[in-house]
Ligand binder design. Structure first.
Ligand SMILES: C=C(NCc1c(COP(=O)(O)O)cnc(C)c1O)C(=O)O
Length: 402
């Protein structure tokens, strides 16, 4: 007990280090053929020897599927969780968790969240009776924001796209005193850099579409947790709502996950090089990167991130407003102008006009998503090439005196 919520049993401490788990967790050799790589089980249904007596462990693919089981087992191992459940997308994961709440429930969310998450919180959740309110400084004011009906606190750390951090333990300590669950969206860092359950979170979620799959060829989401009650509730909803991923997508995402440690280290190194170059550039107003000593919450990164890594994501403000931000993204040669993030290829975007365009301008700017903000997803290309690409695009983007 740490207040009003049972502290669930923790997953057993991992026997192996991250890289070994990434390669081997949830990856049994086929006992009949010895195949080292799992097959893809596309069958949607499984024979029964007699009524209600399936031949094996499976009956119908929406309820369970071998590839999904293997992928979920691997994610659970990497997030230090007893269980993980995979969904059709990160957004489907968010929706299923919110739909686990009774009508009349209240959720407190950090203000700076992905635009699609904001869209669900403000335009969908209320339809099933869940009210979401936002806080720009959740560590400071969470206690006063809690209501009798508050059931969940939703954190993105780092947040998309301003890379704000939250000290998870601080929020979880307050939340658990009131019997409130804490969800951390760990998409921006991946399980390699941060494990929110180790800091008191009750559920960790990812858009698998990003770093975990890592190759921009799968849309998927996942939630991981230690509570048996959550496992029962969310497994029921995974089947009843049915927002599940395909076996092939699970197979692809499991393959991508096996190199997550290599990709996360490389993209973090690249982001540090690019952020450092940006910080030195005269026409850059501000750089948001948790790996920089100048980051406003650098102490939280050092406390919560493996080796204080900043991850592969960063954003920066450019003199010259929206026009300069757009020109930058049109001038890059290696960074591709596109939404999404976390893949092997580097991407750039202008959140105010793209991923966060659905958030009203005044609310956007209140959380630092200004029209001149550019977001970069640093892939695994060479740091020198990425840095040169950014600098040449800056030269062309900024018109007038530097
Ligand atoms: C597509 C983008 N984000 C998706 C996303 C999601 C939604 O994941 P989807 O798999 O795209 O549904 C959830 N959480 C975070 C932090 C995210 O960044 C983007 O920011 O370009």
């Amino acid at each position: 007990e740490d207040g009003g919520i049972d502290t669930p049993a923790r997953a057993p401490s991992p026997v192996h280090q991250f890289g070994t788990l990434a390669v081997h967790a949830g990856a049994p050799h086929d006992p009949s053929t010895g195949a080292v790589i799992e097959s893809i089980s596309l069958s949607t249904t499984f024979a029964q020897n007699a009524v209600g007596k399936p031949v094996g462990a499976y009956e119908y693919s929406r309820s369970a599927n071998p590839n999904r089981d293997n992928f979920e087992e691997a994610v659970a191992a990497l997030e230090h969780a007893r269980w993980a459940l995979a969904f059709a997308s990160g957004s489907a994961t968010t929706a299923t968790i919110l739909q686990s709440l009774a009508a009349g429930s209240h959720v407190i969310s950090v203000s700076d969240v992905y635009g699609g998450t904001h869209r669900y919180f403000t335009k969908v959740a209320l339809a099933h009776g869940v009210e979401v309110t936002f806080s720009p400084s959740i560590e400071l004011d969470v206690e006063e924001l809690i209501r009798e009906q508050t059931k969940l606190i939703w954190i993105e750390s780092p947040s998309n796209p301003t890379l704000s951090l939250v000290d998870i333990r601080n929020v979880a300590t307050v939340a658990h005193k009131h019997g409130i669950l804490v969800v951390v969206d760990n998409t921006f860092l991946s399980p390699y850099v941060q494990n929110p359950l180790d800091h008191g979170a009750d559920i960790v979620v990812h858009s698998v579409t990003k770093y975990i799959n890592g190759h921009s060829d799968v849309v998927m989401g996942v939630a991981a947790f230690n509570s048996e009650e959550l496992k029962e509730r969310l497994t029921f909803l995974q089947n009843a709502i049915g927002a599940i991923p395909s076996p092939f997508d699970c197979w692809l995402a499991h393959r991508g996950l096996k190199t997550l440690h290599l990709r996360a280290r490389e993209s973090s190194k690249n982001a540090m090089a690019v952020a450092t170059a940006l910080e030195a550039y005269p026409n850059v107003i501000a750089v948001n990167y948790p790996g920089l000593d100048s980051h406003r919450q650098r102490a939280v990164a050092i406390k919560q991130h493996r080796d204080g890594l900043g991850g592969g994501m960063l954003s920066f403000r450019l003199k010259g407003g929206h026009a300069a931000a757009e020109r930058f993204c049109q001038q890059t040669k290696i960074f591709t102008l596109a939404e999404s993030l976390g893949g092997v290829e580097s991407l750039c975007e202008v959140p105010s006009a793209m991923t966060h365009a659905g958030i009203p301008k005044d609310q956007r700017e209140a959380i630092g998503v200004f029209d001149d903000l550019v977001r970069l997803s640093c892939g695994v290309e060479d740091a020198e090439d990425l840095t040169k690409d950014v600098l040449q695009a800056l030269e062309k983007a900024v018109v007038g005196p530097k």
